[in-house]
Design a protein around this ligand. Structure first.
Ligand SMILES: [Zn+2]
Length: 816
């Protein structure tokens, strides 16, 4: 230590080294105002040379320039600005993504697999304790000199820039400033003005599992996307746990700050279809004292008041994405700020008043409920019980999950109350003028509804439905192409004609999945139509696209997957019913795990198809997915190559825009089909049953699924083979071209088979266990697994009889 460190302490900066708890007297609005108005501190400006600052995989070199800090807010300095605006000034930032696909992604935007950029200026905003480290290294660097006279010039010049960048992040900053564990909830944010790449942001977000994101704001699209920020995501990864280590898959989630166990919602649907509701919920705080409680709600819903244990609390809402990593969805986050800190482990009752337009009319008694799982304030990813009461015009029927406990008419109004006594992830509702068919299957009392009339858009024409369905955690925006419509040739019959067929499929698939995965979550299931081209499966409530009620006559084909349409009607019902298991009993942990639940639901629907119509039909669907994955977008890029399946919504972005659906559903289904082949039917179906058993009412990660597959693998299969499978198919891209040649010598029972498999077109680190199937005139075929890696691998086997054929079977996702 030297003189300089003493100087810092004497300036009263010591409090910034800890997360000093701000006074409870401050309101969130006070804090937000401070964030907007607190400028740079001219007295805290330093001439800096060769100062290094590392945050996980982000390496910042402040080579030559001035570093100036913001004034403290609630005892903390949140921002620091480094400018290289001096003779020979220089700063440099280096980020090296840990995986090949992330380096490819970065190179796609910056022409280099590693980010190494010299910059003019960098604004840093820290709520994760990084500021203390930065100031510590400043204190320890001999060459640093204080420069208040330069500070006096820089502060007025840069203060508006700091305000412009931090103001949209104020809600996040408020939440972080009041966090009891900054290292687990905080953000390290760098707004960099690069010399060659222009302005870009780097974020390391502890709330998002310490993910690191490098992204660039797209200014021109701000208006196109409803005024919301849009970004090109250059790279997004979990940091290496230590230098040289293999990149981490998503780390375990930390304990939630609070848990909601029950929702009681009183909703009123007016004649104008506007929804007005009071949502009361019961929650328990986690291990830390808590002042700020983040909730989510549909963008179209407005929360007007909130009370905690009867006392008014503060509300804070903003819609900027600048301070958060999670993708923009149909929901917005908002904060409830208690007037005093809530004690750890205590129970509280929160009451919200909210209203909004979440129901749209599609004509003739057909309604579209927007924001199906997010129309009330909620916490995503948690399971809770529900008590749902609705008051609505009596001409309508309202459908919700759970057991009806009250249903009566009161003048012009109808009152319906439902109890959901099993904990579920979300509770939606639907309303309309319906016909219904009821039944019982697998111990479930189900009701299947159809609209009496056809929605307007389906009459003169109706839309081509991509097989699109959503999880019970409906917080993502569906890609825009999912709603494209095309004219059709023949007018379609009324939706009632297929009602009984749909009900039969519901019953049969409930029975089939119960046999495979164990009994469903709830003893009731309501299946209701929704206008549009998608379905959605919540616990106890399934939405089916009205297309599922229409006859598949003379429909235009999906040019990317011409076989898709004939199977749409076979697959949609079982797909959504399968979400009673995948997505309702088990939820995805993070966005990168959503594919797994979608793939499980979709593969379940294919298993049902296999049972109902045979293996050939199933293979035809898989073939369609293959063609779609290998087809090219307008820019000549194969959809499959857009990125690994764990990228989720990133697959909608450049360069292979529109790849999300092909990869999530098509490749996801292929992955499970190939895993089944690799593990064998017995082990694979045990894996699915065990997945349901072990993760009931929990969320599952891709890594946990991989670990379970390792655990459930047959004895003859190595754990390494499972890992290789996931590495190539789940965490990488590539569809190989496989060529087989072989010779057979000798006579029975001493036949010798020798040959080789040549792999190409999938990249040199794509490893695959290729099945080589030896078929005999009598008896079952024998499979030889050949590990290939962009090369030719030979194999040999001793056979007891002459083979009829030796082939690479159809259940490998390969080029044909
Ligand atoms: Zn789905």
């Amino acid at each position: 230590m030297h003189r300089f460190a003493l100087l810092l302490v004497s300036c009263g900066v010591a409090s910034a080294f800890q997360n000093a708890a701000p006074s409870d007297v401050l309101t969130a609005a006070d804090l937000a105002r401070s964030i907007r108005e607190t400028g740079l501190d001219a007295t805290e400006c330093y001439r800096v040379r060769d100062l290094r600052f590392f945050k996980d995989d982000i390496k910042l070199y402040l080579n030559d320039g001035y570093l100036i800090f913001s004034k403290p807010i609630a005892g903390q300095r949140l921002a620091a600005l480094f400018t290289t605006d001096v003779e020979g000034g220089d700063g440099e930032v280096i980020v090296i993504p840990p995986t090949r696909t992330e380096r490819q992604s970065l190179a796609g935007f910056t022409r280099s697999p590693n980010l190494d950029e010299h910059f003019r200026a960098a604004l840093m905003i820290f709520t994760d304790g990084s500021m203390a480290r930065l100031r510590q290294s400043l204190a320890e660097e001999e060459s640093v000199k204080k420069a208040p006279e330069i500070g006096a010039l820089l502060a007025p010049q840069w203060t508006p820039v700091v305000a412009n960048i931090s103001t949209p992040m104020q809600m996040r900053l408020v939440a972080d400033l009041w966090s009891a564990r900054p290292a687990e909830t905080g953000l390290a944010f760098f707004a960099v003005s690069g010399k060659t790449l222009g302005n870009f942001d780097i974020l390391a977000d502890a709330r998002a599992g310490h993910r690191i994101v490098v992204r660039q704001q797209i200014v021109r699209q701000q208006i196109e996307r409803n005024g919301h920020d849009a970004f090109n995501l250059w790279t997004d990864f979990f940091p290496r746990p230590s230098a040289g280590a293999k990149p981490a898959i998503a780390p375990a989630r930390r304990e939630p700050e609070f848990t909601v166990s029950h929702y009681h919602i009183d909703a009123e649907v007016g004649n104008d279809l506007a929804v007005k509701a009071i949502t009361r919920l019961t929650l328990r705080t986690g291990p830390d004292p808590l002042r700020v409680l983040p909730f989510e709600i549909a963008r179209t819903m407005e929360v007007s008041a909130v009370r905690i244990d009867g006392a008014p609390a503060e509300l804070m809402r903003d819609e900027s994405r600048r301070g958060r990593i999670t993708p923009y969805g149909e929901e917005v986050e908002f904060l409830v700020v208690a007037s005093a800190t809530l004690a750890p482990g205590s129970e509280h009752h929160i009451e919200f008043e909210h209203k909004g337009d979440v129901i749209a009319s599609r004509g003739e008694g057909v309604y579209f409920v927007n924001a199906r799982g997010s129309w009330y304030p909620h916490v995503a990813g948690q399971f809770a019980t529900y008590d749902l009461s609705f008051r609505y015009p009596k001409r309508l029927t309202l459908l919700a999950a759970g057991v009806p406990v009250e249903d009566r008419v009161d003048g012009e109004w109808r009152l319906t109350r439902h109890a959901v006594t099993v904990a579920v992830g979300a509770a939606g509702f639907n309303l309309g003028v319906y016909e219904k068919v009821t039944g019982t299957a697998a111990g479930v009392n189900f009701e299947v509804y159809a609209n009496r009339n056809l929605e307007e858009s389906k009459r003169p024409q109706f839309s081509e439905p991509p097989l699109d369905a959503d999880l019970g955690v409906p917080n993502r925006v569906r890609p825009p192409h999912a709603a494209e419509s095309m004219p059709t040739l023949a007018p379609s019959p009324a939706p009632l004609s297929r009602l009984r067929m749909v009900a039969n499929d519901v019953a049969a698939s409930l029975e089939f999945f119960s046999g495979l995965f164990g009994p469903p979550l709830m003893k009731t299931l309501t299946v209701a139509p929704i206008p549009g081209n998608f379905g959605q499966g919540f616990a106890g409530l399934v939405y089916l696209s009205t297309n599922a009620y229409l006859d598949p006559v003379s429909r235009p084909a999906n040019p990317r997957n011409p076989r898709e349409r004939q199977f749409f009607y076979d697959l949609m019902v079982p797909h959504e019913v399968a979400h009673q298991w995948w997505g309702s009993i088990i939820s995805p942990d993070r966005a990168e795990d959503e594919w797994l639940l979608e793939a499980l639901a979709n593969y379940s629907s294919l298993l049902w198809l296999e049972k109902k119509k045979g293996l050939k039909e199933m293979e035809t669907v898989l073939d369609g997915y293959r063609s779609e994955l290998l087809s090219k977008n307008a820019e000549g890029v194969e959809y499959e190559s857009a990125g690994p399946i764990v990228w989720g919504q990133r697959l909608e972005g450049w360069p292979a825009s529109g790849a999300w659906q092909a990869i999530t559903y098509g490749k996801g289904t292929w992955i499970l089909h190939m895993l089944r082949r690799r593990m064998g039917d017995e082990a694979f179906f045990k894996l699915l049953a065990e997945l349901r058993r072990r993760y009931e009412f929990k969320s599952v990660t891709t890594a946990a699924f991989q670990a379970l597959a390792r655990e459930m693998r047959p004895k003859a299969l190595s754990a390494e083979a499972i890992d290789t499978f996931f590495e190539s198919w789940v965490y990488s891209t590539g569809v190989p071209l496989l060529k087989l040649r072989y010779t057979v010598t000798g006579v029975a029972p001493a036949v010798k088979l020798s040959g080789a498999v040549e792999q190409s077109a999938a990249g040199d680190d794509f490893s695959l266990d290729t099945p080589v199937e030896v078929q005999f005139p009598k008896g079952p075929p024998q499979t030889i697994w050949v590990r290939t890696t962009d090369d030719e691998r030979s194999f040999a086997a001793a056979l007891r009889q002459l083979p009829l054929r030796v082939v690479i079977p159809d259940d490998v996702l390969m080029r044909k």
